[in-house]
Ligand binder design. Structure first.
Ligand code: HGY
Ligand code: MN
Ligand code: MN
Length: 418
């Protein structure tokens, strides 16, 4: 089979650096939150790259963008790739963008080699992979895959209490959310290129990760209520301090994750809002978030049960009320064995080392796995760091990952089962 053209690492990294300029945090940090002006500017910049690469553009009512390279048989379901352009506060410039920019570069390299795949290939820039604004991640891919209903999306409120639909309309997106949902069999396969966001590839000195599974993410909102009062006049035995209850909760999360038998359970309290937030006022309310994951569902559930037991103790011993609201609790996803093989073969054909590993971060691929055979291609993260401004992957490593992606996509678009 003829092979895609090679990908210019510096040119691809230049796209990434230019995209990083669209940020609400000072460089080198990147922040691009759903439906903000910087998010929209970043999308427009990438739309321009896709157009220059000769790809057609479709944007659905929630803002998922589809950059398409036509195939010779339009009747066949397309092969898809993609990732996200949004970035959490104080993030780096590689998380998500490597999969969108690398996908565009991959399709461009196929076209530049004069190849016309049987199946069309699409790069998707998914809307709202990060949970920053509406508290739940992967809103665009969940809706596409039917993992979130249009009504559930319409019920979302952001941190200022603004309705999803109002924010979406203000950002210029229109059309019914029902139009976003994919029909069964819409895609033939989905493969996402992403930075590992962990230390394994760098530690093992391996160039490419062939992802075998994606860990099961769950997130919750917790509200702890006690009694406020004067920091001087209220003596300790009389207090019902909500922040002390929150401290017990945070340490219970850490304890339950550390004690997990799999060693893969991770628990994080990333948000803590204290009210009234006065130096000399006893906290009467604390709002927390919990992010809890494991590659094994039963291990995550066991850790959650321990956390619930800790909540009961906090209620009983501190006389506090504790409310817990589930934002999402998703099962893990397993990569398609044929795609894992194709990633490894593509890496070998390029003379690149590869290894199989799970993804501990979640991705849009977690939900596309519900509607198509799924795979992921990882490239190394320096120091295993991510969701930080010093997140880094060498331009050459990104370009090699995009070349592995190009070959994998071409195989799927041309494969015998095509
Ligand atoms: O949190 C995650 O795993 C992803 O980076 N949104
Ligand atoms: Mn992320
Ligand atoms: Mn990501």
């Amino acid at each position: 089979m003829k092979t895609p053209a090679s990908i210019d690492a510096e040119r691809l990294d230049g796209w990434s650096r230019e995209l990083a300029r669209f940020s609400d945090d000072p460089a080198p940090a990147v922040r691009r939150v759903l439906y903000t002006p910087t998010d929209l500017e970043g999308r427009a910049y990438v739309h321009g790259l896709a157009k220059d690469a000769g790809l057609s553009l479709r944007v659905d009512p929630i803002g998922n963008a589809f950059y398409r390279l036509e195939g010779t048989d339009p009747s066949l379901p397309a092969v898809a790739t993609g990732s996200h352009l949004d970035a959490i506060p104080n993030a780096g410039r590689f998380d998500g963008t490597v999969g969108v920019l690398g996908g565009i570069a991959a399709l461009e390299s196929i076209a530049r080699a004069g190849l016309k795949p049987k199946r069309a290939i699409e790069v998707i820039a998914f809307t709202s992979e990060e949970p920053t604004r509406f508290g739940i991640g992967c809103v665009g891919s969940r809706l596409l895959a039917g993992a979130l209903t249009p009504d559930a999306v319409r019920a979302l409120r952001d941190g200022e209490g603004r309705a999803f639909e109002a924010v979406r309309a203000e950002a210029g997106f229109s059309g019914a959310l029902e139009e976003v949902v994919l029909k069964p069999g819409h895609f033939h396969a989905f493969v996402e290129l992403h930075v590992e966001q962990g230390p394994v590839l760098e530690r093992e000195k391996v160039a490419i990760g062939a992802v075998t599974a994606i860990a099961a993410p769950a997130s919750y909102e917790i509200t702890i209520r006690g009694e406020g009062g004067h920091a001087g006049g209220a003596l300790m035995p009389t207090r019902r301090d909500a922040l002390c209850g929150a401290a017990d909760f945070v340490l219970a999360v850490e304890r339950s994750a550390k004690r997990s038998a799999t060693g893969d359970t991770v628990g994080t309290v990333g948000v803590c809002r204290v009210f009234p937030g006065a130096v000399n006022g006893i906290p009467n309310r604390v709002e927390l978030t919990l992010d809890l994951r494991d590659t094994a569902l039963e291990a995550r559930d066991a850790a959650f049960a321990q956390i619930e037991a800790a909540i009961d103790t906090i209620r009983a011993e501190r006389g506090l009320t504790v409310e817990l609201r589930t934002l999402n609790a998703d099962p893990p996803a397993t990569a398609d064995a044929g795609i894992v093989d194709a990633v490894e073969r593509s890496a070998a054909a390029l003379g690149l080392s590869s290894m199989r590993l799970p993804s501990r971060a979640y991705h849009d691929a977690l939900f596309l796995a519900r509607v198509a055979p799924m795979g992921m291609v990882f490239v190394p993260s320096a120091g295993g760091l991510s969701h930080r401004p010093d997140e880094h992957t060498d331009p050459e490593e990104v370009a090699r990952g995009a070349e592995v992606l190009a070959r994998t996509l071409l195989h799927l678009a041309e494969g015998d089962d095509a």
